[in-house]
Design a protein around this ligand. Structure first.
Ligand SMILES: [Zn+2]
Length: 440
C-alpha cells in the first residue's frame, strides 16, 4: 500500500487524495504552498519521491514532480514507467485545469462552416459528417488532444460534484441538479478561452412548467441567433420518435423544452450506433437519460449536428450499466458516502466503478457484469490482482454468479448528522410532481 510521509505523519495515499474527504482536504489545505511536502515511502533510496500539493476547483490534490514517476517502486500507485515518447505521449490533455477553471478542447465543431444543410421546407438534412476528427491535421502536429461531448459532459458533472454523494443528502432533484450544472459551467472554457456559458443551454426548472419552458426556449433561441453557431444543449430526454416527414431522422423531446431537437439521418444513425442501449432506456422510471447536443438553428427548427448520451440514476449519479444503477441506488438507500469516478485524467491506472469513502480507508467497488468475453475476463483479473498488490480493499459483485448483491463493507465513519434525520430537509412538491428540497 502506498504511504506518504508528511510533517512526521504517515498517510494512506488513497485516503489523502480522496477529494471528497474533508479531513484529508483540510490537511492538504494546511500544507498547500508550504515547504513541507508529502513524500512517498515506497522505497528508501534518495531519489525524489516528493509530491506537490496543488489546488483546482476549490479542491486540493497531489501531483508528482516531472520525471519522478519511475523513482517509485513498481508496486507503488505512483509508479509509471519512463515515457517511451511517440507523438501521442506528448499530446496535451483535452481537459485542462488552471486554478478554478476547466478548459476543454472539443472535437465537436460549433461553427457551421463544416456543417451544411439542404434547406427544403423544414426538412433539415446534414450532408456531410461534421464531427469526424481532422485526422490528417492531427497526425501532422501532436498539439492537444480533444474530447467528445460525453467527455465534456463528464467534466461538467465532476465540476458540479454530481458524481459525489454525501449521506446527509436525501434527494437530489432535477431543479437543484441542473442549477448545479449551470453554476459549474460558469468556470468552464472552450478553446481560445471562450466561456462555455455563452454557448450552453441547460434546461432549467423555474417557478412553473410554462415559465420554465419559456426561459429554456428563449435561451435556445438566443444561443442560436447567429445561424453559423451552435448552442450546446443539455437536458433529460423524455421521448425520442421517428420523424414522419424525413425517413431515418429522429425528433428528441427534452424535459422542460417544448420544441423538438431534430437529428438528421446521418447524425441519428451515428447516435444509435454509439448509444443504442441508452435510446432504448428512455422513459424508464428508475433512471434518467441525459443528452448533450450541438444544435444549430435552421429556419424554425433546431437541428443536432452531434450528440452524446449518458445514463444516471434518479439522483444524477452517472452509471455505466443497470447493475451499477442498482449499486448506486442501494448505496444511497443505505446512506453511504461514495463517488463515481469519471474518465477525465489518468490519476489511477484503473478506473473503479465506485469509490466508497466512509470506511477507514477508501474501498474500490467493482461490478463485473459481462461474462462471455475473454478479454473482459482477463482485464478483470488483472485489475483485481492490481488491487491486491497495492493493498486496496475491493468490494465486487458479479451478477451472473450472485443474483443478490452482497452487503457493502461496514460503514466505519458514522456521520454525526445522520441522527438529525430529515428534519433539516423539509420536502415540498413542485409543479412538476417532483420533490424539491427546501432551500435548493
Ligand atoms: Zn511510491
Amino acid at each position: 500500500m502506498s504511504e506518504l510521509l508528511l510533517d512526521g505523519e504517515t498517510y494512506n495515499y488513497l485516503w489523502l487524495t480522496d477529494r471528497s474527504n474533508s479531513k484529508a482536504q483540510q490537511i492538504l489545505r494546511r500544507y498547500h504552498g508550504c515547504t513541507e511536502r508529502p513524500c512517498c515511502q515506497c522505497l528508501t533510496d534518495t531519489r525524489n519521491r516528493q509530491l506537490v500539493i496543488k489546488t483546482r476547483c476549490q479542491r486540493y490534490y497531489l501531483a508528482r514532480k516531472a520525471d519522478t514517476s519511475h523513482h517509485h517502486a513498481e508496486w507503488c500507485l505512483l509508479y509509471e514507467p519512463t515515457e517511451t515518447g511517440g507523438p501521442s505521449a506528448k499530446q496535451k490533455p483535452a481537459i485542462q485545469y488552471e486554478g478554478d477553471t476547466v478548459n476543454v478542447k472539443l472535437q465537436t465543431r460549433l461553427t457551421r462552416a463544416s456543417f451544411t444543410t439542404k434547406q427544403t421546407d423544414d426538412k433539415p438534412v446534414a450532408e456531410d459528417k461534421p464531427n469526424l476528427p481532422r485526422s490528417k491535421a492531427a497526425s501532422l502536429k501532436p498539439g492537444r488532444a480533444s474530447t467528445g461531448l460525453v467527455g465534456f459532459f463528464h467534466a461538467l458533472i465532476q465540476k458540479a460534484q454530481l458524481n459525489d454523494w454525501q449521506p446527509q443528502q436525501t434527494e437530489r432533484p432535477f431543479a437543484a441538479s441542473t442549477r448545479a450544472l449551470e453554476k459549474a459551467a460558469q468556470t468552464v472554457t472552450l478553446e481560445k478561452q471562450q466561456p462555455v456559458a455563452e454557448r450552453l443551454v441547460i434546461t432549467l426548472w423555474e417557478r412553473s412548467l410554462e415559465h420554465s419552458q419559456a426561459i429554456n426556449l428563449s435561451a435556445l433561441q438566443t444561443r442560436t441567433a447567429n445561424l453559423q453557431q451552435a448552442a450546446i444543449v443539455v437536458g433529460e430526454i423524455m421521448e425520442c420518435r421517428n420523424s414522419t416527414k424525413v425517413e431515418g431522422s429522429l425528433g428528441l423531446k427534452l424535459k422542460l423544452l417544448n420544441v423538438p431537437l431534430w437529428l438528421p439521418r446521418p447524425v441519428a444513425r451515428t447516435a444509435i450506433n454509439s448509444f443504442g442501449k441508452l435510446f432504448s432506456e428512455i422513459g424508464k422510471p428508475d433512471r434518467r437519460i441525459l443528452a448533450i447536443a450541438a444544435v444549430f438553428r435552421n429556419k424554425t427548427s433546431f437541428v443536432v449536428s452531434d450528440i452524446g448520451l449518458i445514463r444516471t440514476n434518479r439522483q444524477f449519479i452517472p452509471v455505466d450499466s443497470s447493475y451499477e444503477l442498482q449499486v448506486a441506488d442501494k448505496l444511497i438507500a443505505e446512506r453511504r458516502a461514495f463517488s463515481k469516478p469519471l474518465k477525465l485524467e489518468d490519476e489511477l491506472r484503473y478506473l473503479p466503478d465506485f469509490l466508497l469513502h466512509d470506511c477507514q480507508v477508501p474501498w474500490v467497488m467493482e461490478v463485473f457484469g459481462i461474462t462471455n468475453d475473454d478479454k473482459y475476463q482477463a482485464q478483470k483479473l488483472e485489475k483485481l490482482q492490481y488491487y491486491r498488490d497495492h493493498g486496496i480493499p475491493c468490494w465486487q459483485w458479479e451478477p451472473a454468479v450472485d443474483k443478490v448483491m452482497q452487503d457493502f463493507p461496514v460503514n466505519e465513519l458514522p456521520s454525526a448528522s445522520l441522527d438529525q434525520e430529515a428534519d433539516d430537509f423539509a420536502l415540498t412538491i413542485n409543479g412538476n410532481g417532483e420533490r424539491i428540497t427546501a432551500g435548493q
